[in-house]
Design a protein. Structure first.
Length: 104
């Protein structure tokens, strides 16, 4: 078997991706907390109305983004767990087949 017919899983990358996605989700959720804090600085009514429209559109897109980030996080976690289980299963099969030292 050559180098190109092997599956290599970067567990550190999957773990950091899972953590980063959780952090992104947390940050996106936290943005809503600051929305009302800046309402008074918009000033004139028409500007405040336009900014209100922008914020409402942003809220809709942010909700969609939150859902997508959450789903991606779930997929990464499932992939990580599946690869870890597969790795363990293959190690156990190898031990049964070749003994404790893997046939070496």
């Amino acid at each position: 078997m050559g180098e190109h017919d092997r599956l290599v899983v970067d567990y550190e990358l999957l773990e950091s991706s899972k953590t980063n996605l959780k952090d992104i989700k947390k940050a996106l959720k936290g943005i809503d907390d600051h929305r009302d804090d800046i309402h008074d600085i918009w000033g004139h009514g028409s500007i405040a109305d336009k900014m209100g429209d922008f914020v409402n559109n942003w809220d809709n897109y942010r909700r969609e983004l939150l859902e997508n980030v959450g789903e991606l996080g779930k997929h990464v976690e499932v992939a990580l767990k599946s690869f870890e289980k597969l790795d363990l299963d293959l190690a156990n099969v190898n031990k049964k087949k070749h003994g404790k030292n893997g046939g070496k």
